[in-house]
Ligand binder design. Structure first.
Ligand code: ADP
Ligand code: MG
Length: 494
């Protein structure tokens, strides 16, 4: 059973302990070919102002037309967050002036968002998990980008992003420390990537978070919060929270008060600094956009999208545990990213049926493959060993053709030079020796050459490992370890 998060780390101040309260507003770029209200491309990295329609540039008389795909993606995301889908929602104008916002307002949703309350299960340390509440999800337009570093005397504006669809996903103030906040963003990003509704690429700014932080005495009323804007790295989110919470504790303990404001994190200094005082909703003069009808869905529309959702990380983890007998840890590692889960499932599909062993396959994917990929800083999509190749290696172990030790050599050969594992075993004579007479000869040789050790092993049976090692060595690692053990035990009489 999953429970709401609890405070795990308190901050020690001079007046006692402080609890940190955190809520996140995540902006996730919707995966779609065109923008929220225009047909211009959403492709990343185009020449400045090459993906701009007359609507995005806010030419007079242009009218927005809702992109059905963006709406579907938002509803699918809501369903993936176990959230209430609002069958009627409204687009509002959020008015403000900024050079990268040619309309003079952002089309967003205010009082009636497309998605209401939901929740996310986050993985915490020590294998624990807890739920974080989702307040709402709404659709809105992204703004353009001001470029101040091209020339010393003027600034430029690139409108390629202008009008791209964003989902703003707002959490409840349920998060209690930096690690929980990092776990929350990690899990949210994973769910979005499973759904294919946002690619989660934080470096490109396709997923960014505004982090609200306040402190209070444990169990007391909520304190005044500061909002740290536009964080696009999970590690920086953690650092910013740690810094900001301590800053607030020090101010309060020095007799000061927290002013609600918007702050920026400086990754070089590891500090947050003030950007502006917090604006209120009325500063934006929100009103329903007269150019757009409310969005209305039938129940059948929502049901159809629900039926088409992929298996998400939590149910997949549960299934890996119940159907394949994986440990919670292994299952958790495999489902953490959609690509890893896909890879593992492709390995399973490629295993020969009679020896299908999900646990052995999981060990090889996690320990050998992921271990090696991590060491070389490679992504799974760039793995030199493919899922069918890894399946062949696992099959060769499972059916007893090669030992686990030889399999590591084989993995190395496939990693560096590729090839069909089964053919490689054949060509290089790597097969495990199960021929009992050959093993027996090796066992006899070792026993007769080492009478002193034979005497020792009678007194201390654990010393049999020395004999096993010698026989394996003399066979070049190819003797079947079980057969070696059995023969040694019977010959040594232990
Ligand atoms: P706004 O739209 O003005 O930023 P919201 O009420 O929508 O305000 O809250 C924004 C975010 O701030 C939410 O994620 C919420 O959980 C979080 N939040 C609200 N109150 C607090 C608080 N006292 N401390 C920390 N986070 C808070
Ligand atoms: Mg806000």
């Amino acid at each position: 059973m999953t429970v709401p998060v609890k405070t795990s780390k308190l901050i020690k101040g001079t007046t006692g302990d402080w609890e940190v309260v955190i809520g996140l507003e995540v902006h996730a770029q919707v995966t779609s070919n065109s923008k929220l209200f225009s047909g211009a491309s959403t492709a990343f990295g185009g020449e400045p102002n090459s993906h701009v329609s007359l609507v995005d540039a806010a030419m007079p008389g242009m009218l927005p037309v809702i992109n059905g795909e963006c709406v579907r993606q938002a509803v699918r995301t809501g369903l993936g967050l176990n959230a209430k889908i609002n069958r009627r929602s409204v687009f509002d104008r959020k008015n403000y002036f900024y050079p990268d916002l040619p309309q003079g307002y952002q089309i967003s949703q205010y009082k009636s968002p497309i998605v209401g309350e939901g929740e996310i299960v986050v993985e915490l340390e020590g294998g624990k998990s807890a739920t974080v509440g989702i307040e709402r999800l709404h659709l809105e337009q992204d703004a353009g980008k001001s470029l101040h570093d091209q020339r010393p005397d003027v600034s430029f504006v690139d409108l390629n992003r202008s009008g791209v669809a964003l989902m703003e996903i707002v959490s409840k103030p349920d998060i209690r420390d930096a690690d929980q906040a990092k776990a929350y963003v990690t899990k949210l990003r994973s769910i979005l990537r499973y759904l294919g509704t946002c690619d989660g690429d934080m470096e490109k700014g396709n997923l960014r978070a505004d982090v609200n932080v306040s402190v209070r005495k444990p169990g007391g009323p909520l304190g005044t919060r500061c909002e740290i804007k536009n964080m696009n790295s999970i590690n920086f989110i953690g650092q910013a929270i740690e810094y900001e919470a301590r800053r607030q504790v020090e101010i309060i303990e020095d007799g000061g008060a927290i002013e609600q404001e918007t702050r920026l994190f400086d990754p070089n200094k590891g500090e947050t600094r003030s950007m502006r005082t917090k604006e209120e909703a009325h500063d934006y003069r929100y009103f329903p956009d007269p150019d757009l009808l409310p969005l209305e869905f039938s129940e059948a529309y929502v049901e159809e999208l629900k039926a088409g959702l992929p298996e998400l990380p939590d149910p997949k983890k549960a299934r890996f545990m119940s159907e394949l007998g994986l440990s919670p840890y292994d299952a958790g590692v495999l489902v953490a990213e959609r690509e890893s889960a896909d890879f593992y499932e492709t390995v399973l599909e490629n295993l020969a049926h009679q020896v299908r062993d999900g646990k052995l396959a999981a060990n090889w994917v996690i320990n050998e493959l992921f271990g090696r990929l991590n060491k070389e800083g490679r992504d799974i999509s760039a793995s030199p060993v493919s899922a069918p190749q890894l399946a062949a290696i696992v099959d060769l172990i499972g059916e007893g053709t090669i030992s686990g030790k030889i399999a590591k050599d084989l993995f190395e050969i496939v990693w560096t030079g590729g090839g069909d594992p089964r053919a490689l075993v054949e060509a290089r004579g790597m097969k495990q020796v199960t021929d009992l007479s050959a093993i027996e000869k090796a066992v006899d040789d070792i026993i007769s050459a080492n009478p002193d050790k034979v005497a020792q092993v009678k007194a201390k049976p654990a010393a049999i490992q020395w004999f096993v090692g010698q026989v394996m060595k003399s066979s070049g690692g190819k003797a079947n370890p079980q057969a070696v053990n059995d023969l040694l035990k019977s010959k040594l009489g232990i």
